[in-house]
Design a protein around this ligand. Structure first.
Ligand SMILES: Cc1cc2nc3c(=O)[nH]c(=O)nc-3n(C[C@H](O)[C@H](O)[C@H](O)COP(=O)(O)OP(=O)(O)OC[C@H]3O[C@@H](n4cnc5c(N)ncnc54)[C@H](O)[C@@H]3O)c2cc1C
Length: 403
């Protein structure tokens, strides 16, 4: 049986971002995925425009907004309806263009429509047995099969907080957001009853897609147990109703659920992960696409170097790969984000609004760096301390877990 250099599991954004970089490295690579890589991805991927610009990929945006705002008031008094303007462009990725751009770069990689069932390592080589019975051997298996992967080993966490959202792309009786507007977080809460206000907060993520179409999504940043789709849908419809808006036509429904605080995987294991499987979702925002694009090229280069040494076993290759993917600097930053998320999850709706209003008082460079995880560790610490110092007392106490 032929032994591949690399076998990739999955064909989502993580698998294709990394495969497209590995394809430049003159290696024997195959990919297997439950879903064909040519099948359209389901999710709607949003990103800060600068993240694509820095990589020369801004043409992959299907929509781009300059009027980007949030609402952190309660919506009850006039003051509560004043938007915070972000003055920073946001965009939606054109999935089809993104997917085909990546696939074009996956030259020489064969994709099989298979699902991995069992993975074992023997004599330095890893074997993947698929549900069809097909067996494939590779020096290194990279699991990019998403956050539900059962192959990647990580410390056990009982209460995995999840981001949950229910969204509608559709037409409405009147515009749910202003013309050409993108709303990152609308925390106005006058549509919620007292019980809902006390339970997990949620916000509206919304955008004008042009041609009288809008995307509106009720989102819970992170919660354990997660808010149900029914609950989020009810909140969304109540929010619209409170503003006298009816849904005229549903073109697409988006149901979102993914973990935000998955512990980082163990570095000593025989399989390497990438994407959701490797806990790469930003624990404070839920974003990952920018990170995949930024981190794939260096990882691919390093893996090609490691694979040049024929002595390395799957365990050695994967462990070296994990150290490149999660070096100390990024692991430390991840810990800080996890701490921040844990504290945010303990905040009630009022405190959360106050926290975010204060967060966006940081300079643009600081808040965008925080949200995209591009601040070096010392700068991240500085920004978090600055945020703390500038916070009202009740936020400070909350951040310190005093009340
Ligand atoms: C609804 C939704 C919206 C999101 N929106 C954004 C956003 O706007 N911006 C952002 O940055 N992030 C967003 N995220 C977060 C994150 O970027 C996505 O979850 C992203 O799809 C994760 O990519 P992935 O490639 O790791 O996993 P997935 O996209 O889940 O892909 C996994 C792939 O593995 C395959 N697979 C699974 N099991 C096996 C197996 N055993 N063998 C072989 N193949 C297998 C699947 O068929 C699939 O092809 C969103 C997530 C969701 C759920």
């Amino acid at each position: 049986m032929e032994i591949l250099d690399i076998l990739i599991l999955g064909s989502g954004p993580a698998a294709l971002c990394l495969a497209s970089e590995l394809a430049k490295q003159n290696l024997k690579i195959s990919g297997i995925s439950t879903k064909s890589p040519y099948e359209k991805w389901d999710n709607t991927y949003g990103i800060w425009a600068s993240e694509l610009e820095e990589l020369g990929l801004e043409s992959l945006l299907s929509h781009r907004w300059s009027k980007t705002v949030s609402f952190f008031g309660d919506g009850i008094k006039d003051k509560g309806n004043i938007p915070t303007e972000h003055h920073y462009d946001y965009g939606l990725i054109n999935q089809k263009a993104f997917q085909s751009e990546l696939l074009k770069k996956c030259k020489g990689i064969e994709w099989l429509n298979e699902t991995a069932k069992i993975i074992t390592t023997k004599d330095k080589i890893t074997e993947v047995v698929c549900f069809s019975g097909l067996k494939i051997k590779a020096r290194l298996v990279i699991d990019a099969s998403g956050h539900k992967s059962k192959f990647i080993k990580r410390p056990y966490l009982k209460e995995v907080a999840q981001q949950a959202a229910y969204g509608i792309v559709g037409k409405f009786s009147s515009p749910p957001v202003n013309k050409d507007q993108f709303v990152l977080m609308d925390f106005r809460s006058n549509h919620l009853n007292k019980k809902e206000l006390l339970s997990s907060p949620s916000f509206l993520y919304a955008m004008d897609l042009g041609n009288d179409m809008y995307f509106v999504e009720e989102t819970s940043l992170a919660c354990y147990p997660p808010l149900s789709q029914e609950n989020l849908k009810k909140r969304l419809l109540n929010r619209l109703k409170k503003r006298g808006i009816k849904v005229d036509e549903i073109i697409h429904e988006e149901k979102c659920l993914f973990p935000m605080n998955l512990p980082l995987p163990f570095k000593k294991q025989t399989i390497l992960g990438f994407g959701g499987a490797a806990s790469m979702v930003h624990p404070a925002s839920g974003y990952m696409i920018g990170s995949l694009l930024r981190r794939a090229p260096f990882l691919a280069e390093r893996l090609a170097v490691f694979l040049k040494d024929p002595k390395y076993s799957s365990l050695e290759l994967a462990s070296k790969g994990w150290s490149v993917l999660w070096p100390n600097e990024l692991s430390q930053r991840h810990k800080l984000y996890q701490y921040g998320l844990k504290r945010l999850m303990s905040f009630d709706e009022d405190r959360l609004r106050s926290f975010f209003a204060n967060f966006f008082n940081l300079s643009t460079k600081e808040w965008i760096g925080f949200l995209t995880n591009t601040l070096p560790l010392p700068k991240l610490i500085y920004v978090m301390i600055k945020m703390f110092i500038n916070s009202p007392l009740r936020i400070k106490l909350g951040m310190l877990n005093i009340t």
